[in-house]
Design a protein around this ligand. Structure first.
Ligand SMILES: Nc1ncnc2c1ncn2[C@@H]1O[C@H](COP(=O)(O)OP(=O)(O)OP(=O)(O)O)[C@@H](O)[C@H]1O
Length: 697
């Protein structure tokens, strides 16, 4: 062996043993090689253990050559089958190829075209083997034909063996380094998942940490539902300064068929995979969604890791990049290793967020319930022994435990609300809220927001988000009192909720599901309303599933005496008054009276009597026996509802506010019209739940 050769080999051997840094090492190798063989480009290509794919390990060039970036991409894998590399590995001999000849095999589409175009024609390929196994090839490409003597080839073979050792060391070293990075990223991500409770901040940290090892431009966790709907759970885009910022969930609104496009790509998101070159181009041919992100977001590679795949939904973590071939198998393995922890955290977050929304709902329900309890002082008992009311009570106890919609009809004061309460309390829903909405008490635009709620900013004056009564009644009962007064356009909306059990808040896009049992009441004859075109027939049939008609008090005179006793006992106790006697003539007069206000009227007559009486007998100042006898028991022609004082006050204030365009104080304010102090008016409005801004809109 000539001395020069021996010292070169020794030098390279030494460099391989002592140089840690890959780039430094290979620079030494190529410089020494170029002293012996002039070449323009050197590349080392490694093959995977199954000998299926090759991948660029290193490329260096020494003249004025330009190498397109995709030819320098170390993540791209190319199949070996049918390439010159395959033949050379099989022959295990150094060979010099004429690239123009090789190009013919590729039908002119040769991967070496860019070299040929720049005058590089020859490529000497040195197989790299270690311990009898092929590791890859070293290629020296040049413009001039290299003339190798047998001695040169033998030296090149020996250098090839040394390079094989260096490559193998480097690969092993890179693998260890990669494992280390994976471990550190796993630690950092787990730390974030365990310590951060807020969803946005948590996933921002996760996105930033993973990006340290696998750089990308987009990080997203999305949930896709079978019906084509989808939800962004956490999404971030890389900004110019390299940090991540949350993406606007509404950005897809500009794409009219986005929902459909998502639906078509559902299957794609069910399997972990990477797409980066040809594979990504194939995806964009197949899926409109992929074409869209390629064209409009410049996406060139994609990494997909499903978090969970269920029959009706798939949750996916996806990363994408504007670089071709940005992700490799190791990246996918790394992300797959993080999937269980991320999934668990998401489920925890879901549970946590659900608890938060449930407790907010409970709080709302509580407020309504307190309001309800305060506004309806009932004695919790239902008096009714008469043969007229008994069958009605039986029907009530039969229907109560079901989810059936009940329509209660009857004149004012016959106990419709009391029956609605009884229905709720006797049902399995008794532990959830009974939410009441009086359809006659509010102007149309307020009823809609009362029923369905509204989003912040949905209309002028919607300063806060408001949960609608249908939403509040989820799992409980909604009582639509005086449903016959509902304006026609709202009847249509109510019908939709009853049919589909879902609705949207005003100004909201999210569909809200409500499982509320509906009980409606009316003192109108709804059939007549339908005939007169004031009430939708379809809504009437939806509500009239189980009708309960409450008889007027005059139809059940047998109940008057027990009712009197019941109310007297209650009032005397409540007011701390002595028990006084009831004159026979007064009782008879009451039994003969027509009671247009029904039980409520009777209740009020007795309340007054308990207050004003001083002697041993109850005095009925506002209800004289003579007047009673003079009044024949005939029904009033129109059973107009008698409003409660509270409702009356509310309507009156609303009317004043409407006239002053919502203004409360000042010379043109409602307080002047109503002749009260503006502060007092504001306090009343608050108590009655009137929002001045809403009225003004
Ligand atoms: N059977 C009954 N036993 C005891 N109290 C009753 C009975 N029926 C009704 N009441 C009382 O009569 C009053 C009026 O009843 P309720 O408010 O339920 O009537 P309504 O039919 O809903 O009236 P409106 O149509 O005016 O809303 C309430 O104080 C209620 O507690």
């Amino acid at each position: 062996m000539p001395n020069q050769e021996e010292s070169l080999l020794l030098y390279l051997n030494e460099a391989i043993a002592t140089t840690r840094n890959k780039e430094g090492l290979f620079r030494i190798v190529t410089e020494k090689l170029r002293l012996i063989f002039p070449f323009d480009v050197i590349s080392i290509v490694t093959i995977d253990t199954e000998g299926q794919y090759k991948r660029l390990f290193l490329r260096d060039y020494f003249t004025d050559l330009t190498i397109p970036s995709r030819h320098n991409n170390r993540n791209l894998r190319h199949p070996i089958a049918g390439t010159p590399t395959e033949r050379i590995l099989l022959d295990n001999k150094i060979q010099t190829l004429d690239l123009q000849e090789v190009a013919k095999e590729y039908n002119g589409e040769s991967p070496f075209n860019y070299l040929i175009q720049q005058g590089v024609r020859f490529m000497t390929v040195v197989p790299l083997r270690i311990a009898g196994t092929s590791l890859g090839v070293m290629c020296l490409a040049s413009r001039r034909h290299p003339h190798f003597e047998p001695a040169d080839l033998s030296l090149l073979g020996k250098i090839g063996s040394l390079v094989a050792v260096a490559v193998s060391n480097t690969l092993a070293f890179e693998e260890v380094a990669q494992r280390e990075r994976e471990k550190s990223i796993q630690l950092a991500v787990n730390n974030a998942l365990l310590s951060i409770k807020e969803r946005g901040q948590l996933f921002h940290t996760v996105a930033t940490e993973i990006n340290r090892v696998v750089p990308y431009d987009y990080f997203g966790v999305r949930i896709r539902y079978r019906d084509g709907t989808h939800k962004a759970f956490a999404e971030f885009g890389k900004q110019d300064d390299g940090t991540f910022a949350p993406l606007d969930p509404d950005r897809w609104n500009e794409v009219p068929e986005y929902g459909q496009m998502e639906g078509e790509a559902m299957e794609l998101f069910q399997h972990p995979a990477i797409y980066g070159d040809e594979s990504f181009r194939r995806l964009s041919d197949k899926y409109r969604l992929m074409r869209y992100i390629a064209e409009h977001r410049n996406t060139r590679s994609l990494l997909i890791a499903p978090l969970w795949v269920q029959e009706d939904q798939t949750a996916v973590l996806s990363l994408s990049s504007k670089e071709e071939g940005n992700f490799d198998e190791t990246d996918l393995e790394l992300i797959k290793g993080l999937v269980p922890q991320i999934t668990l955290t998401m489920q925890n977050l879901f549970a946590f967020e659900q608890i938060e929304s449930l407790s907010a709902q409970l709080e709302q329900e509580r407020t309504y319930l307190i309001d309800e309890i305060n506004t309806t002082a009932n004695f919790g008992e239902f008096i009714g022994q008469s043969p007229t009311i008994q069958p009605v009570l039986t029907r009530i106890t039969q229907v109560a435990p079901t989810d059936t919609t009940v329509l209660i009809s009857g004149e004012t004061g016959t106990g419709k609300e009391l029956v609605a309460r009884a229905l709720h309390n006797l049902s399995p829903r008794r532990d959830r809220a009974l939410i009441k909405l009086n359809c006659a008490a509010l102007p149309a635009q307020l009823i809609e927001s009362e029923l369905f709620g509204h989003e912040k900013g949905a209309f002028t004056g919607a300063v806060d988000r408001r949960i609608g009564k249908f939403e509040l009644a989820d799992g409980g009962t909604i009582f639509l009192d005086e449903v016959g007064e509902l304006p026609l356009d709202l009847q249509a909306k109510l019908l939709r909720v009853l049919q589909e059990k879902e609705f949207e808040r005003i100004g909201g896009r999210r569909v809200i599901h409500s499982n509320a049992r509906v009980i409606a009441a009316t003192n109108r004859v709804l059939e007549d309303e339908v005939a007169a075109g004031r009430f939708r027939a379809d809504l009437y049939y939806r509500l009239n599933v189980f009708p309960v008609r409450l008889p007027a008090l005059r139809e059940r005179p047998e109940d008057i005496e027990p009712l009197i006793r019941f109310f007297l006992e209650g009032f005397t106790k409540k007011m701390g008054k002595p028990v006084r006697g009831l004159r026979e003539r007064d009782l008879r007069a009451m039994q003969q009276y027509s009671w247009p206000g029904n039980i409520r009227e009777l209740e009020h007559v007795l309340e007054q009597a308990v207050i004003v009486s001083t002697g041993p007998f109850l005095e009925f100042a506002g209800f004289s026996a003579a007047a009673a006898q003079a009044s024949p028991p005939i029904p009033l022609p129109d059973y107009a509802p008698i409003k409660t004082l509270r409702d009356q006050e509310r309507d009156h204030i609303l009317a004043a506010l409407q006239r002053t365009a919502g203004r409360v104080s000042g010379p043109n304010g409602a307080a002047v019209l109503l002749d009260i102090n503006p502060k007092t008016l504001e306090a009343r409005m608050k108590k009655l739940g009137i929002q001045r801004t809403v009225v003004a809109s």
